[in-house]
Design a protein around this ligand. Structure first.
Ligand code: S3P
Length: 176
């Protein structure tokens, strides 16, 4: 079934390294929608990096900024690339579903691992965290990501292929 809001905004969710920002950028390009990267919005508003927010105020404060940033998005024709932890708060789901179609970029752990290893920007996946800890976080979140309206497997696909598949599926469902 296609809700009237389905084509208005596309909200991308998925674990760190799933390609939300890069697929989002291509999706914005092919749909003519505007990309909003929620992490970048938080960084711009806070004038601090995400690592600094975590270090200075902790994760709960970051989550509050994240929900506030999501809530502040109004209007249509957006592709929203969220942060991997957006799925943790029920109120974020209410906001995301109200905006449009929630799309999960699914990737297996080995794909994600190669993308997040060595990245220092993500406080929940830095070198001082063991791989077991990160995998445990990934596994805890899997059932949450699966609650998306649409799920796309991205392993072995280019960002262009994934973005194209997503837009074709949404257009088919909504016959636009
Ligand atoms: C987080 C993911 C990050 C960022 C923050 C927390 C998470 O975004 O929001 O570091 O909890 O998974 P990306 O998924 O874009 O890396």
């Amino acid at each position: 079934m296609c809700k009237i809001s389905d084509t208005a905004n596309i909200v991308l969710i998925g674990f760190m390294g799933a390609g939300k920002s890069s697929v989002g950028s291509e999706l914005a390009h092919i749909t003519g929608k505007r990309l909003v990267d929620l992490d970048e919005l938080i960084v711009r508003r806070q004038v601090r990096t995400i690592a600094e927010i975590f270090a200075e105020e902790g994760e709960t404060a970051f989550r509050d900024y994240e929900t506030a940033a999501l809530e502040s998005l109004t209007g249509a024709d957006l592709v929203v690339a969220t942060g991997g932890g957006i799925v943790g708060r029920p109120e974020n789901w209410t906001l995301m579903r109200r905006m449009g179609t929630v799309v999960y970029l699914r990737a297996d752990w080995l794909t994600l691992r190669t993308r997040i290893t060595g990245c220092t920007k993500r406080p929940l996946a830095t070198a001082d965290r063991s791989e077991e800890e990160i995998v445990a976080l990934f596994e805890r979140r899997l059932p949450l990501y699966e609650q998306a309206d649409l799920v796309f497997d991205t392993d072995g696909k280019t960002i262009f292929e994934t973005a194209g598949e997503i837009w074709r599926e949404i257009k088919d469902r909504c016959r636009v």
